[in-house]
Design a protein around this ligand. Sequence first.
Ligand code: ZN
Ligand code: ZN
Length: 116
Amino acid sequence: MSLGELAIFIGIFTFLLLWSGQSLWIYLDARNRSEKFALSWAILALFSMPVSLIVYLMLTRGREERCTSCGLLLEKGVSICTNCGTDVGKVCSSCGSTMKESWNYCPKCKTKYVSN
Ligand SMILES: [Zn+2]
Ligand SMILES: [Zn+2]
């Protein structure tokens, strides 16, 4: 095998590794985060790398709110963890972003804060 062939071989191998790795990572990550469409994401990732990875990260990371104590993925607008009862603070009831105690309006979506 010549050096050129070896380089091509390594290139293809690396590509395949990244390709399947990305898909697997998305699947595991989505399952871990109890996303409904974990498998759909993984399949989508197989066909549209790396666009799907970027879209996936944007969609899932943008709305993330986790319990500081147990790490449970919190529902939008909850101020207490439904798993361990930890007070996770003031959360916007509209977009789910974390708010300071003194805030009455959410700076992200401009919605007035209503306690639940
Ligand atoms: Zn918790
Ligand atoms: Zn908001």
